[in-house]
Design a protein around this ligand. Structure first.
Ligand code: FA5
Length: 353
């Protein structure tokens, strides 16, 4: 078809060939055809690429002149291929859309109704639990600013703790990101409502974490903040965490432990673990468990967080942030977080309501 010769080709022949190649590119009817042309012309051993190799053998003056001409030809070919590919893709999409028209008069099969995803069910359950206890239940924006996600949580731009959150920034929007945790809602709420406050914030969070059995780039957190003018102690925090874990797992007696940890927005900061055991391949949260599992972070609100939230004077508070996906996995014996998101219909039917 093209008669592409891979040997060293003189410029005149390339210039002569250009018209012919452009015709072939513009009349290509499939992306595969375009790929073949691209390889034959500007691929590693393509005709034009090979011609560039001639430059080594000519004088400096000729090199400049020849190089410019070859570059122009190469650019023309590249542009034409990209343009034709765009046209073909556009055509395919239109054709696909035309063939995919939906016949809304078809009867619905009764078993095609969807159900609530296990994460949605759990979020609803947590919301209702806290609503019934008089907490403010919020969501908060998933697209946040650097200020609410980091600075106001006592993590200025140079702070090393920012590195532990591999953040998705929004291209073209300065200092705008997908929130890496729900802790931003602490600031938003106190700024708007002041204290005393008892609130939870629940929703999606994002980190550029490698997808594996326990990490997902999108996951869910629940944040709890209790703040007051009257003293609040770490005992209150422990009590609230116990209540939440007991309620979520439906067990009366649980065993939790705090491990010292560092979160810039709390002082002291702790990591919360609870006891569990494995039975028939399932993880069961129980006081008598022989192992510990990490549930999330917690601590006493740092004075700088109150300051950034516009709270002056005496203020006390505790906060915790837990990963809902890991809670759901633990409760249901799900060992791989990817199962939650990979839309396997049998799995969804099993866990859906
Ligand atoms: C935080 O996000 C803190 N904001 C929690 C906090 C709130 C501390 C209030 C103190 C006071 P951390 O990065 O450890 O902490 O995340 C909390 C939980 O989110 C983890 O324990 C885990 O359950 C869950 N999590 C974090 N990254 C992922 C991920 N990539 N996939 C699934 N779950 C995740």
């Amino acid at each position: 078809m093209l008669g592409l010769c891979r040997a060293v080709v003189p410029l005149v022949e390339i210039e002569k060939g250009l018209q012919h190649w452009m015709k072939s590119i513009l009349s290509a009817t499939s992306s595969q055809e375009l790929v073949n042309l691209k390889i034959g012309l500007i691929g590693k051993s393509g005709v034009i690429t090979t011609a560039f190799k001639m430059l080594k053998t000519v004088s400096a003056d000729e090199k400049k002149n020849l190089g410019e001409k070859l570059n122009k030809i190469k650019n023309k070919v590249e542009e034409a291929i990209a343009e034709q590919l765009g046209k073909l893709n556009n055509c395919c999409t239109l054709e696909k859309l035309e063939n995919e028209t939906l016949d809304i008069t078809l009867p619905i099969g009764m078993n095609t109704f969807g159900g609530a995803h296990i994460i949605s069910q759990s979020i609803k359950k947590i919301r209702n639990h806290y609503l019934s206890r008089g907490f403010l239940v919020l969501d908060g924006p998933e697209i946040e600013t650097d200020f609410f996600n980091f600075d106001a949580l006592n993590m200025p731009s140079h702070h090393p703790a920012r590195q532990s959150h591999d953040t998705f920034y929004l291209k073209g929007f300065k200092e705008t990101l997908l929130r890496t945790h729900t802790s931003c809602s602490q600031i938003r709420t106190m700024k708007e409502k002041g204290i005393p406050i008892r609130m939870i914030s629940i929703g999606k969070t994002y980190r550029n974490d490698q997808l594996d059995a326990t990490h997902s780039p999108m996951f869910h957190q629940v944040e709890c903040l209790v703040a007051d003018r009257a003293p609040i102690t770490i005992g209150h925090l422990k009590n609230e965490l116990r209540k939440f874990i007991s309620f979520f797992f439906g067990v009366e007696s649980i065993a939790i432990r705090f491990r010292p940890s560092f979160f810039p927005f709390v002082e002291p900061g702790v990591e919360v673990d609870c006891r569990y055991t494995k039975k028939d391949g399932k993880l069961i949260v129980t006081e008598k468990g022989d192992k510990w599992i990490e549930l999330g972070g917690a601590g006493m609100v740092h004075p700088n967080v109150f300051k950034y939230s516009g709270i002056t004077g005496q203020a006390y508070g505790f906060a915790f942030g837990l990963g809902i996906d890991r809670f759901v996995m633990l409760k249901n014996g799900i060992t791989d977080i990817r199962n939650l998101f990979d839309t396997d219909q049998r799995w969804l039917r099993h866990y859906g309501t």
